[in-house]
Design a protein around this ligand. Structure first.
Ligand code: 1CP
Length: 363
């Protein structure tokens, strides 16, 4: 592994491991993105996936929110997309402006169109290069998070051919072709394992798995189709890092909409931290998971449109619910999903300031 500048702010790493911290570390899902004018400027001249594939551009964009919010944001996340994994498996994906797969998997016969063997280093080496370059660029200011999409979420995109409202095609697969669906989901999981291990070797200091469409599944379907692949990823990454004698990093799982599964995920899914959407009270989530995991989240992203008074009120309430009046422990502050393009970056700055203020008062 490369030699990197020493880390100056390890708040998020300590919180992800369940430790007490002076205040809650904070970062925002999609913090490098369309709400930032400096991001839109780079996008004027470059295609979305061109940026992902060009380490210097991916590094520049990853660093944009860190520069703008110096001292306020406690982690960076590598600029990329979850859909680079289906691309690595041989599928074409366009961004127009949302993701589009011109040739989706309509029936199990289409699985034959996927690459039989995926050389992760060859197909996704550009992400590893971007991670190494970003680690250097960060100069130890904050840790760098690597990520991938969860196999069920990626499967849904590969079958639907893009985003979806009713998930008709992917649900049809689960009901009509359950064995083929499970096999494909586990095949995606194997690639995720290798991809995440490569990200840590390249310099990622935490990893997050995004199961953005977990909430589209019934509890039974989540347990049958998604959970086994999520466990496979956590166990596979940990075993792979041990085998390569690379130190372990905290693993975060964000299974959006799967709050019904919080207790079982905490018990034995293998993740250090569980991300919460805004549809559960933090105190209730803490009761469900006990002390087994750290929690991340969970302010409704739309509060950032509600003005300063609403932002302060919501942050204060959320802090109280996470800490229960005790010292802040095992909590990473975040929104309950990604920040959206219309937000004024100065309102996000105020959100960060409120988190700093109210998560420290309990100490
Ligand atoms: O025009 C543009 O610039 C495209 C907008 C955009 C951006 C900024 C897309 C298209 N992806 C991204 C970056 C991205 N995607 C990051 C960067 C790091 C950061 O957080 O700052 C990350 C972590 C993702 C992950 C991602 N992509 C997820 C999981 C997180 C989530 O929000 O649930 C998902 C579901 C995607 C698919 C995707 N890519 C882009 C869009 C607009 C979408 C969602 C489309 C849909 O609703 O189906």
């Amino acid at each position: 592994m490369a030699d990197f500048p020493p880390l100056k702010n390890d708040l998020i790493i300590r919180a992800a491991r369940g430790e007490q911290t002076e205040r809650a570390p904070v970062w925002i899902m999609r913090q490098a993105g369309r709400y930032l004018p400096e991001f839109r400027k780079v996008r004027e001249d470059h295609e979305f996936f061109e940026i992902c594939r060009t380490p210097a551009l991916a590094t520049e964009i990853t660093l944009q929110p860190i520069r703008r919010f110096t001292g306020l944001v406690d982690a960076s996340i590598i600029f990329c997309d979850i859909l680079v994994v289906p691309q690595a498996m041989g599928m074409e994906v366009l961004m127009a402006p949302g993701p589009v797969f011109p040739d989706p998997l309509n029936t199990p016969a289409d699985i034959a169109k996927l690459a039989t063997h995926v050389d992760v280093q060859k197909e996704l080496g550009y992400v590893f290069e971007a991670i190494t370059m970003t680690r250097r660029g960060l100069q130890g200011e904050v840790p760098l998070i690597g990520f991938c999409g969860a196999p069920w979420t990626l499967f849904a995109y590969m079958v639907e051919g893009g985003g979806s409202k009713f998930f008709v095609k992917s649900k049809t697969w689960l009901f009509k072709y359950p064995e083929e669906s499970k096999a494909l989901i586990m095949r995606i999981a194997d690639i995720c394992v290798e991809y995440l291990i490569g990200q840590v070797k390249a310099g990622a200091q935490l990893l997050q798995v995004f199961d953005s469409w977990a909430g589209e599944l019934s509890p039974d379907h989540f347990a049958t189709f998604s959970l086994p692949s999520l466990k496979h990823i956590a166990a596979g990454v940990r075993a792979g890092l041990d085998a390569a004698q690379v130190p372990q990093v905290p693993l975060i799982l964000f299974a959006k909409g799967a709050n019904h599964a919080l207790a079982s995920l905490a018990a034995d899914a293998g993740y250090d931290t569980l991300g919460l959407d805004w549809c559960i009270e933090p105190a209730e989530a803490r009761k469900l998971v006990g002390d087994k995991v750290a929690l991340q989240g969970n302010v409704d992203p739309n509060v950032l449109y509600g003005g300063r008074e609403a932002i302060e009120r919501e942050v204060k309430r959320t802090c109280a619910s996470f800490t229960g009046g005790k010292p802040t422990k095992g909590w990473i502050a975040n929104l309950g999903h990604g920040i959206t393009p219309g937000v004024d970056p100065e309102d996000l700055r105020f959100f960060f300031e409120c988190i700093h203020k109210y998560s420290a008062t309990a100490n």
